[in-house]
Design a protein around this ligand. Structure first.
Ligand code: NAI
Length: 813
């Protein structure tokens, strides 16, 4: 049957409907709104009034009551932590309703997502309602965690089934990268492609195509991993704390490790997933592993199902000094104070850098150690299980690895981990221990291969049906690590490298600890500017670190300040300023593509760029006041220039436009160290410029930035002229200072905050100068430097810096 009526492209999906406004439905609706869709969020009609509704004199028949569940979910979205919406005001894109009165909304939707409770008969019923209401061609997907998609839709028409499949989002949908798409035998290939395109391009997700088997890929392997960990923990006599100390970062997995993670997921949910596999698996060995663990049943039957019930493997209790965490004692099922765990193998793993080295250290430091034997036992079982599932739950081992990385935040998928610990040697060890190795793994080794993955040119290839196959590359994604491995480094310091990313565009990657900016990065910037000016079309500033940049390296600065070496402090500031200015003056286009934490000096490194391309997850802010300072790498100067530019535009190009409102807004942003909770929110902070933009897929940032450089180059790039900046002068400064005083008097800020804010006000306003005067960039940089130096001499500023270095958190003093 033809599919003409279906949306043609991902971009044709404008109107969506989500059914079920619980944890997942609300999260998915928020993320669709993030992608610019209009969304109807529908739930059931409540059967009883709340106390509040009774007080308000409402009746069950009132529209407000009938759509209460969805309305309440939308109201919660604005306050959710972590934020579900890129901008809280975007909740206006979501219309609440119910599945009885608002079927017409379903009829308008191009894409309908079912996210009601995980019960086959309920989901079947909801699909029948959708079928009656949807327009022909509308795509329908279910967010089931692992029920059979085919049996869910078996009573629906052929046309419906062609347009139906699973889109399994992970919680929280905005932040978790994985979406498993599961077609049934009836799903039209065009529908699978469309869903993949919309999830990748518009929602910024990583898609893995899974088969319609119980719990699909990530939950299947992840649950197996949890079950064997629990069994082994009991067999090796480990405590709750020891189990988590061994199965978190020590194994390249998140800090929540296994039992803490189980508490978060909910023991009831896990048991449900376990039942689903056991009841549908035909394999007796698998059924045995997926038996309900007695320990979990005992805990669940006493109401201890994890965080939502207040207790599970851990619980929080009120102690003398605030709340304390207690851990379950597995022998008595009583709780006791949480104990820290340390041992030589754990210490060795902690000291190792990178997931591969951590796991190796855990297994190899002392293989006879009880912890090492436990780790080997659980890892071995998980690897063998994953290998046995290739072809059953997913087409390829690469799909399994991606699902585990994106859905469970494992740093290495099972096959990547297997390579890391040595494929051939570990298989020999497993055979010695009497394990059955899947035939395809043995055949692969017999053919002489030593690993499941290897690098081939700029790409990675993986084992597939007896030969290496190219990994599916996310459109536009560039791997800096692979480029460096293939010799594309142009120049390098200990903190940064300039990399050839093709088409005569170079990329400067920061790679210092936490990507904090120190002399190593600044000198790389200066060298790169000279190199790019001579030999390249332009420069991209971006990196593959966990964060783009957490700010300037405070350690050296604090040491110099504490020993009163003011010439040295000034030298550091001037080096920073001259490096940023060199970037700005570079006669080739510069495009910055920050991601995640981009703070303080990280923001100052972006502002000289001709264009900033934000990833959706960018937490961007000039946060220097938090450490008792003000931006002095050109950040204040750029803010003053933005205010002047905005005043000029607002006045229709007349020179005398009012600077004050623009200055006030930027002053507030910097004085209060505001940070955006998304790339889009940078605009609310006033730090986004007309030429900047946000992209939906973080992985595409290198490619997008490169394209932007080439576009600027193609259209005849001219660097920004060295203009003069109109400042608000002493009057503007006075207005800002009145605001500071008011905040101080009302107790909103401390005396030291007020001192810092006062200095910031002076710099942003251009100091003690005639209002409307036009000053040079250097003049503002000198003001920044002077204010910064004087703040460095303040004891309370030094205390703030020490505190940040010691704890990673700001000190209010
Ligand atoms: P939830 O219990 O938070 O929300 C379910 C919502 O569905 C409730 O608001 C309920 O009123 C509504 N609902 C129930 N029957 C309905 C009906 N007949 N018509 C309309 N609405 C109805 O559940 P949650 O966690 O959001 O799960 C929803 C689905 O997402 C399930 O299939 C679950 O397996 C799946 N899932 C859950 C994940 C999680 O971490 N919670 C992760 C991925 C998938």
């Amino acid at each position: 049957m033809a599919l003409q009526a279906s949306p043609k492209h991902a971009s044709s999906i404008r109107q969506a409907a989500v059914i079920g406004s619980g944890v997942m439905g609300a999260g998915i609706a928020a993320h669709l709104a993030n992608a610019g869709m209009r969304v109807s969020l529908l739930d059931v009609v409540p059967q009883t009034l709340t106390e509040e509704e009774e007080r308000q004199g409402l009746a069950l028949a009132d529209a407000k009551v009938r759509s209460r569940l969805a309305s309440a979910a939308i109201a919660r979205m604005g306050k959710a932590q972590p934020a579900q919406l890129y901008d809280p005001s975007w909740s206006s894109r979501i219309t609440p309703g119910n599945l009885t009165d608002h079927l017409a909304l379903l009829g308008e939707a191009d894409w309908i997502i079912e996210a009601v409770v995980e019960r086959l008969e309920v989901k079947r019923e909801v699909l029948s309602i959708i079928e009656a209401a949807r327009k022909p061609g509308a795509i329908v997907s279910t967010n089931t965690s692992g029920l059979s998609a085919a049996s869910m839709a078996e009573e629906r028409s052929e046309e419906f089934r062609q347009h139906f499949g699973v889109t399994h989002f992970f919680n929280p949908p905005r932040y978790m990268k994985l979406v498993e798409i599961v077609p049934t035998a009836d799903t039209a290939p065009a529908v699978v492609s469309l869903l993949k395109e919309v999830c990748e391009k518009r929602l910024g997700k990583g898609v893995v195509i899974a088969k319609d088997t119980p719990n699909f890929i990530a939950n299947r392997i992840g649950t197996y991993g949890m079950l064997v960990t629990l069994q082994d923990a009991l067999a090796f006599g480990l405590t709750v704390e020891e189990t988590d100390a061994l199965t978190g970062p020590a194994m390249g997995r998140p800090k929540t490790a296994t039992l803490r993670m189980l508490d978060l997921v909910g023991l009831d949910t896990l048991l449900h997933v376990v039942d689903n596999v056991r009841e549908r698996s035909g394999d007796p060995l698998e059924q045995a592993v997926f038996a309900r663990p007695q320990l979990l049943e005992q805990l669940a039957s006493s109401g201890r199902i994890g965080e939502k019930s207040g207790a599970g493997f851990y619980r929080k209790v009120k102690g003398k000094g605030g709340s304390e965490i207690e851990a379950l004692r597995l022998d008595t099922l009583e709780y006791g104070p949480k104990r820290s765990v340390s041992s030589p193998v754990i210490d060795a793993s902690k000291a190792a850098k990178g997931a591969a080295a951590k796991v190796k250290a855990l297994l190899r430091t002392d293989p006879q150690d009880r912890y090492a034997r436990f780790a080997w036992s659980t890892i071995k079982k998980t690897l063998l299980y994953a290998a046995a599932q290739v072809g059953i739950i997913a087409d390829s081992l690469s799909d399994i690895d991606r699902a585990m990385r994106w859905g469970f935040n494992w740093e290495l998928g099972p096959f990547e981990l297997w390579d890391a610990i040595g494929l051939r040697k570990s298989v020999q060890q497993m055979q010695k221990e009497g394990e059955t190795i899947p035939a395809w793994v043995l055949a692969w080794l017999e053919e002489g291969h030593e690993s499941f993955y290897k690098a081939e040119g700029n790409e990675r290839v993986y084992a597939s049906s007896g030969a290496y196959k190219s990994e599916e590359r996310e459109a536009d994604s560039l791997s800096l690590a692979a480029l460096k491995a293939s010799g594309k480094t142009v120049l390098s310091t200990s903190g940064a490298s300039l990399i050839d990313i093709g088409d005569d565009v170079a990329l400067l990657e920061f790679h210092s600890a936490n990507n904090a900016i120190g002399g190593d990065i600044l000198s790389a910037i200066q060298q790169s500017v000279r190199e790019v000016s001579q030999n390249w079309r332009g420069l991209v500033l971006a990196n593959e670190g966990r964060n783009f940049c957490v700010g300037a390296n405070l350690m050296l600065l604090l040491m110099e300040a504490q020993s009163g070496e003011w010439d040295e402090v000034e030298e550091i500031i001037r080096f920073f300023q001259s490096s940023m200015l060199a970037l700005k003056r570079l006669d080739r286009p510069v495009v910055a593509a920050p991601h995640r934490m981009t703070l303080g000096g990280g923001v100052e490194a972006c502002l000289p760029a001709d264009q900033i391309i934000y990833s959706p997850e960018t937490y961007f802010g000039l946060v220097e006041t938090g450490v008792g300072l003000i931006p002095a790498g050109g950040g204040c100067k750029e803010a003053a220039a933005m205010a002047a530019e905005r005043a000029l535009i607002a006045s229709g190009g007349k020179a005398g436009g009012d600077l004050q409102p623009h200055l006030n807004a930027l002053f507030e942003t910097i004085a209060l160290a505001k940070t955006s909770s998304s790339g889009y929110e940078v605009s609310r902070l006033g730090l986004m410029r007309p030429e900047d933009r946000v992209i939906m897929r973080q992985e595409a940032r290198f490619g997008e930035a490169k394209r932007a450089v080439l576009e600027l180059d193609r259209t005849g790039y001219l660097p920004p002229a060295e203009g003069r900046i109109r400042v608000a002068g002493r009057e503007g400064n006075a207005v800002l200072k009145v605001a500071v005083q008011a905040m101080r008097l009302s107790g909103h800020i401390s005396g030291h905050d007020a001192l810092i804010a006062g200095k910031l006000a002076s710099v942003l306003a251009g100091g003690d100068i005639q209002p409307g005067a036009e000053v040079s960039e250097q003049y503002l940089l000198d003001l920044e430097c002077e204010a910064f130096l004087s703040l460095c001499g303040e004891r309370k500023t030094q205390d703030r810096m020490s505190h940040m270095l010691a704890t990673g958190k700001p000190l209010r003093n």
